[in-house]
Design a protein around this ligand. Structure first.
Ligand SMILES: [Zn+2]
Length: 289
């Protein structure tokens, strides 16, 4: 099943719901960056959250997410756009910690407090909107929920879930974001809280083969929602050799000459997708010329 994001309204438009299956996206991120399981979960949850937040954007709008913790994985960076193209990386992909007390991947320990969650939104031609909050848990869903409440004044409930298989590959990944609109009744909120308390792990439900429509039903009730849009989402990086050639030209003639005479070529690596680009001596000389 291809990855996708559904946007829906529920409870007579009092609630906005986003649900995403990002299994292939997170699987590709794991393969590209060769992350170990705890890093996979941390990066995967960040990619799922970025997809959900990008789902609130329109047109050419973009979002950048940075998680700057104090733990062994270092920083996590992800970005995405309204079309569902998402990419991201973690500073140290080789982190595999013991499971936490609940028997789950210890994302909080890998991220490490204290830390900061920074979000930038590039909307239209205006100055980017930037918000940041301290990390309060490091498990990330709570941190994004806190960000939505504090920085965007939108009460939300966010679930981010990544299931890593014993061979380090990603079994399923996905999540949801429920936003309470102004004017939502106490009754609606209480009903939702009840349903969420009984939901269980989102990745377990995906793993059981539930479709996103069925998951929407689990979240808000089978006959309570109306789907607005469906967007295909994927891991996608728009880097290219031409783009890196341009940035190589900006390092200056001396540096380029050193690459030719001392290193006999250059290799540039894209942080976001871990693609390696080779430039031979002739190509570097062409940049100088
Ligand atoms: Zn790239």
């Amino acid at each position: 099943m291809a990855d996708k994001l559904l946007r829906a309204l529920a409870f007579d438009k009092q609630i906005r719901v986003y649900v995403v299956d990002a299994t292939q996206m997170v699987a590709e991120a794991q393969q590209r960056h060769k992350t170990w399981h705890t890093a996979t979960a941390a990066l995967g949850r960040t990619l799922v959250a970025t997809t959900l937040l990008a789902g609130t954007l329109k047109g050419d709008d973009r979002i950048t997410v940075e998680i700057l913790g104090d733990g062994p994985i270092g920083h996590i960076v992800a970005d995405g756009n309204a079309s569902g193209d998402i990419r991201g990386y973690v500073a140290n992909p080789e982190v595999a910690l013991a499971l936490n007390a609940d028997g789950k991947l210890d994302v909080a320990a890998a991220v490490g407090l204290p830390g900061t969650l920074v979000i930038r939104k590039y909307i239209g031609d205006s100055e980017p909107f930037s918000g940041q909050v301290p990390l309060i848990s490091g498990e990330l869903a709570e941190d994004f929920t806190y960000y939505m409440a504090l920085s965007e004044q939108t009460p939300s409930s966010i679930g981010l879930s990544v299931l890593v298989d014993t061979d380090e590959t990603v079994k399923v990944a996905g999540g949801f974001m429920i936003q309470v609109m102004p004017g939502a009744t106490e009754e609606t909120i209480a009903t939702l809280e009840n349903r969420l308390a009984k939901l269980g792990r989102f990745s377990d439900l995906l793993d059981k083969g539930l479709t996103l429509e069925m998951l929407l039903g689990e979240l808000v009730g089978e006959d309570q929602y109306e789907i607005l849009t469906e967007t295909a989402v994927r891991f996608y990086c728009d880097c290219s050799k031409e783009r890196f050639a341009k940035s190589l030209m900006s390092v200056g003639r001396q540096e380029l000459e050193a690459m030719i005479h001392e290193d006999h070529g250059a290799e540039v690596v894209c942080h976001f997708c871990n693609e390696h680009y080779q430039f031979n001596e002739a190509e570097l000389q062409a940049l100088i010329d």
